[in-house]
Structures are given as C-alpha cells and as structure tokens.
Design a protein. Structure first.
Length: 220
C-alpha cells in the first residue's frame, strides 16, 4: 500500500528537502505541496492525502487553524480526514499542543532525523502507536488545561479490560507493548483499542492521550 503524503510549509527549500526524503521511500508518495493553511485546505480537498505534514506557523492561515478546518470539514462529511503530523521547531511548543488538541495525530521536530520522520508517517498511518510517546506526554503536561473537565459519562461504558487497555494507551504504549503487558495477542489489543475509541468518540490514539490528560485519567 502506498501512503499518500501532502507537505505544508511556507519555506520552499524545507518542503523540497522533505519531499526528497519522502519520495526516496517505495511505499510513500508526495501528492502535493502547499505554502500556507488556506492552500493546505484546498490541497487536501483536491488530493485526499493519507497523511499531511503541517507546519504550525505560516502566513495567511496557521497550521493549527488549518488542522481544525480540515478535520472539521471531514467530520461534517461523515469521514475522519487525513492523519496530520505537525512540524515544529521546539519540542515544547504551545502551538503544537494546540494542534494536537485540534486533532493532529502527532508532532515532529523540523530538525528530526529523516528516518524518524519516515517512521512517524508510517506510524500515524498504521495507527498502532503514538509518535514520540514520551515527548507527546511531556508536551501535553506542559500545556495542560488549568481546569480538568469532568469525566464524560461515556467513560463508564468501558469494560474493565478496556479500561486497562485505555490506561496503557494513555501512557503511549504501542499495541505490542500492551499485548506483552496484558498477556494477550496484538489482535485482541487492536480490537479493544477500536472499541475504546468508538465508545469515547475519539479519532485516534493521540486523541486518546489528550482525552486522558484533559480528564485527569492518566494514572487511573
């Protein structure tokens, strides 16, 4: 399966470099580039990429707002939209945290190793783990809301085993790590994760992590 990737950044030289990295992989394809958030929205509507690499700071329309609009438009049509990886210069970036809370599936530093970027694209597309789990947790902890929300009633709908899997996933564990911890198969973990996301109305694993932090469920 070829993963279709869109690049969004206002620096042409940066886009060119990332494009070369992505195109070097046999399972990845660059379907288009955009220089700002408005162009990104049009690009996604036109090409329907699987994964979008989205800069957070751009002219015309920033990456956080573009992420909200892209995923909001997809939800309005009854879909989930592309997986969005935000690109940022700093590991503790308020804009990156905002983009993740808006629905982005992860973040990657702009100076990350090319192999890490490629792995991040494949990881969010597969949906089996959180990209840079410890860094994502640190980011959410740094910019955690001042007041935690009351735990939504749908959390009570989770079974005991689903709550166990939720707790592990909230810490960023992958399917294989959860399977080893719970002494079950990865297929079983995948089923539990799918049930948890459906019951809680979440689009992916990183949104599960956000849900856990915002509702004070990380250590429960």
């Amino acid at each position: 399966m070829t993963i279709r990737v869109a690049l969004v950044d206002d620096q042409q030289m940066f886009r060119r470099g990332v494009s070369m990295i992505v195109r070097s992989q046999p399972d990845l394809e660059v379907v288009g580039e955009a220089a700002d958030g408005e162009q990104a929205i049009a690009l996604v509507a036109r090409e329907s990429p699987d994964v979008v690499l989205m800069d957070v700071r751009m002219p015309v329309l920033d990456g956080v707002t573009a992420t909200q609009r892209i995923l909001g438009d997809a939800a309005a049509r009854g879909g989930t939209g592309p997986r969005i990886i935000v690109l940022t210069t700093f590991d503790l970036d308020a804009d990156a945290a905002a983009a993740i809370r808006a629905g982005a599936s992860g973040f990657v530093l702009k100076d990350a190793d090319p192999d890490f970027l490629i792995a991040a694209i494949r990881t969010v597309h597969a949906g089996t783990a959180v990209v840079a789990a410890s860094a994502t947790r640190a980011l959410l902890e740094r910019f955690e809301p001042a007041e935690r929300k009351p735990v939504p009633p749908q959390f009570d709908a989770l079974t005991g085993r689903e709550r166990d899997v939720f707790a592990h996933a909230a810490k960023g564990l992958s399917n294989s790590e959860i399977a080893r911890t719970e002494y079950v198969s990865e297929a079983t973990v995948k089923t539990h994760i799918s049930n948890v996301l459906t019951k809680l109305g979440l689009r992916d694993r990183v949104q599960l992590v956000v849900f856990a932090y915002e509702n004070g469920l990380v250590d429960r």
